[in-house]
Design a protein around this ligand. Structure first.
Ligand code: PMP
Length: 437
């Protein structure tokens, strides 16, 4: 039984899952990306729960791909966007609108150092596109460095930064260098940050003119399977990259806004201050919103041309984003993520003692990964077993994420209102599913 929850979903009279699927196949293009064998028809969401067409409740442990930060239809966020919707839905930055400037001010107040200039866009890919453009213009160089397990977007430029081949298309990608992933579990150098950093130096020395435009990384790779970079890595790499004339970009699309529990921003876990920070997903609790925050010096290069984006900083999204920042502070969501996250990780580690299939439990706060292996010593990815367990967890009412190059990592990244009772239910369900495997 899922933990009790006092909410009654509305009766649903819309089309069935099969009818939607038929239409989707016809009009939405072919896709490899149906998450379940029988696609799930979600009709309503309330905080950390989702409801299907039959009113069945599910624990949403993936938050619409780490996007619903405060909770589905969180009342305060909902109210902010509803009120703004009634007044004005669109302005563009060619006019003034207080929602946009207030949101930019609030976001800048969350940033350390000199990161005070905000640009609004509509997605994570767009944020990284803009960051890459800034890095190239500011440095006067072309070469970008990213990690081999990275996902930074699916647009035609960011797909070059992305290294996972499941997302790749055979198109020209510009000058991108993918360096060895500093992955403590699977990486060739274990947790030795210095040896991984040396690979960045080598790429610059052997693969470029000696100058680069920039380096981009998440501190905990999301799509890549919740891989936390070896401790101390970013400090060393940022030094190397800056010496080569490049700027350092932190992709906070998944790790930002307190989700890691220990810090508001992922980069703080590595003790660095980037030159450019990109964000999306959780910033809007589901609204299409992204942002790039940088220093006045870097922003200056953008002033030589018009930087314009029709929907970026839309007043409804800005009002929603401002409410998200407020809710995270008011409801102390960062501390909550730390508390519930350590409970969840602790319980998953105990489960690891019981089930050999669990090769690794990792993460911080409510950004948690469980990597499944058929052989702990060889770390052989348990691909088929992961797929079976994933479906079984749905049957038990828990929606997980999947990730990693081999698709053998469960990603647990629920809305930040997820409770200890939810965590207990999830772990008990996983225990049950694994013992039936
Ligand atoms: N960066 C990271 C770290 C992401 O996880 C994603 C999306 N999964 C993106 C960028 C791209 O964001 P979007 O899908 O909004 O374009």
């Amino acid at each position: 039984q899922l933990p009790p929850f006092d909410y009654q979903p509305k009766p649903y009279n819309g089309p069935s899952a099969d009818q939607i699927l038929e239409k989707r196949k016809k009009f939405l293009g072919p896709s490899l990306f149906y998450y379940y064998q029988k696609p799930l028809n979600i009709v309503e969401g309330k905080m950390q729960y989702l409801y299907d067409e039959n009113g069945r409740r599910y624990l949403d442990a993936f938050a619409g791909i780490v996007t619903v930060s405060c909770g589905h239809c969180h009342p305060e966020v909902l109210n902010a966007i509803t009120e703004q919707n009634k007044l004005l839905q669109h302005a563009t930055t060619i006019y003034l609108h207080h929602a946009i400037s207030d949101f930019a001010e609030a976001l800048a107040s969350k940033m350390p150092g000199n990161l005070k200039v905000v640009y609004f866009v509509n997605s994570g890919s767009e944020a990284n596109e803009l960051a890459m453009l800034m890095a190239r213009l500011y440095s006067g160089n072309l070469g970008m460095i990213s990690l081999r397990n990275a996902y930074h977007g699916g647009s035609s430029s960011t797909i070059g930064l992305t290294a996972l081949n499941t997302w790749k298309y055979p198109i020209p990608e510009g000058e991108i260098h993918h360096v060895i992933n500093p992955d403590p579990f699977r990486g060739v150098f274990g947790s030795d940050a210095t040896r991984y950093a040396k690979d960045v130096q080598d790429h610059i020395e052997y693969g470029t003119s000696g100058k680069v435009a920039g380096f981009i990384a998440e501190t905990i790779q999301g799509v890549g399977g919740v891989v936390e970079l070896a401790p101390g890595y970013l400090k060393q790499v940022y030094d190397i990259v800056r010496k080569a004339g490049g700027v350092c970009i932190a992709d906070e699309v998944q790790t930002g806004f307190g989700r890691t529990g220990s810090h508001y921003w992922g980069f703080e876990t590595q003790g660095v201050i980037p030159d450019i920070v990109t964000m999306a997903k959780g910033i809007g609790n589901g609204l299409p919103l992204g942002a790039v925050v940088t220093t006045p010096e870097i922003a200056h290069v953008m002033a030589q041309k018009i930087q314009f984006n029709t929907f970026g900083g839309n007043p409804v999204c800005s009002a929603g984003g401002l409410a998200v920042l407020r809710v995270i502070d008011k409801e102390k969501r960062q501390a909550h993520c730390a508390d519930v996250g350590s409970h969840l990780i602790g319980r998953l580690r105990s489960l690891q003692d019981k089930h050999d299939i669990i090769g690794d439990v990792r993460g911080r706060g409510l950004m948690v990964g469980v990597e499944l292996v058929t052989d702990r010593k060889e770390k052989t990815p348990a691909k088929a077993e992961t797929a079976i367990l994933f479906e079984k967890m749905r049957e038990l009412g828990v929606l997980l994420g999947k990730g990693g190059l081999h698709g053998n990592v469960f990603r647990i990244k629920p809305p930040m209102c997820f409770t200890k009772d939810d965590a207990d239910y999830l772990v008990d369900a996983l225990d049950y599913a694994m013992s039936k495997l």
